[in-house]
Structure formats: structure tokens, C-alpha cells
Design a protein around this ligand. Structure first.
Ligand SMILES: [Zn+2]
Ligand SMILES: [Zn+2]
Length: 182
């Protein structure tokens, strides 16, 4: 169950794909967090709060139950998708869903890198291939199947239990190959 820290990714995407527009000084214009276990109908969303000038007023929420089963590229693409919504709302100050501003920024991001592809979807098909890795939690011993090693992913259960749901270095997963040669 991966729980990668979202803020470093947010800052990197902000620099690489939004010309730094989503951060003023060192203060992000919005907050970014993982959902609890109940957000299952969408991979993520952006919402505008009541206090727009405060960073806590607006937020991006990514779904743990949807994204924890998928490769990290799904998290990256979902975060970027929601950052486009935030950028349209907070920087362009235009009322738009997946319209022309969204699509032109999405195309620019997809053309600029090959790591992941942003789409207009808010949901992902769940892959059915067998795991290549087992991720083992050093604290609780929980084993979870992974297709790809996710750098600095932490045990969700232990982060919930010991750190109020925040990522913590003591819960970082250790990987074992899923197939052992006879
Ligand atoms: Zn969208
Ligand atoms: Zn654990």
C-alpha cells in the first residue's frame, strides 16, 4: 500500500509544468493531501474553499483506495490533472472543466515528458497482472503486491496508526522479488 509524499511531487510539477504559478514565495496556493479510505469513485479532485487567499482554502485530494493499487505513474498523472484544474481556477481565474485551457495545458505536459500521460479521466482501470514485488512494512510486517518499486512509499496502516495519516520515514516499505528461482 504505497503512500508517497505528495508535496515534493507538487513542487516539482509546479516548477516543470506550471512555471511556478501555483506557489507564491514558498507558499503553495492550495493544499495537497491523500484521502481517507472512503474516496473510491474518483482518483482525485480539486476543490475551492471559502477562504481563497489562504492555502488551506483550496485543496487537491487524491484517492488512497484507488491509487494505492496502481503504479506511481497513476498518482503522478492524477496529481497533474488536478493541478491543471487548480491552475485554471486560481491562476487563470476562469470557470472551466475539461475545456480548451485544460486540454492545451494537458497536451503541453504530455509533450514535455514521457514518465506519465495526463488524460481527462478521473478513474483508472485496475490492472490484473501478477505482482513482481512484495513490499514489506518494517514496522507491522504487512506484505503488499507491487508491479514496480515505489521510491519512499510507506505503509499506510502504520502511517495512519502512528503518525495521524502523514507519511513517515520509519514506515518506508522494503521490497522483495515476488518470484523466486527454484
Ligand atoms: Zn478533471
Ligand atoms: Zn506497517
Amino acid at each position: 500500500m504505497p503512500l508517497v509524499p505528495l508535496l515534493p511531487l507538487f513542487h516539482r510539477f509546479n516548477r516543470e509544468h506550471f512555471n511556478g504559478a501555483l506557489v507564491v514565495g514558498s507558499q503553495p496556493l492550495l493544499s495537497v493531501r491523500w484521502s481517507d479510505g472512503r474516496l473510491r469513485k474518483t482518483a482525485g479532485f480539486y476543490r475551492r474553499g471559502l477562504r481563497v487567499e489562504a492555502s488551506q482554502g483550496c485543496e487537491i485530494v487524491l484517492s488512497r483506495p484507488v491509487l494505492e493499487l496502481l503504479p506511481q505513474t497513476a498518482t503522478e498523472s492524477t496529481l497533474c490533472h488536478e493541478m491543471i484544474h487548480a491552475w485554471i481556477d486560481l491562476v487563470l481565474q476562469v470557470n472551466e472543466g475539461h475545456g480548451p485551457h485544460f486540454r492545451s495545458r494537458m497536451s503541453a505536459i504530455n509533450a514535455a515528458q514521457r514518465q506519465f500521460q495526463v488524460s481527462v479521466r478521473h478513474q483508472f482501470p485496475v490492472p490484473k497482472t501478477p505482482p513482481r514485488w512484495w513490499a514489506v512494512c518494517p514496522r507491522c510486517g504487512l506484505r503488499s503486491p507491487y508491479q514496480r518499486r515505489v521510491d519512499r512509499a510507506a505503509c499506510r496502516q502504520c502511517c495512519d496508526r502512528h503518525y495521524g495519516g502523514s507519511w513517515h520515514g520509519s514506515c518506508v516499505l522494503v521490497y522483495e522479488p515476488a518470484y523466486q528461482e527454484a
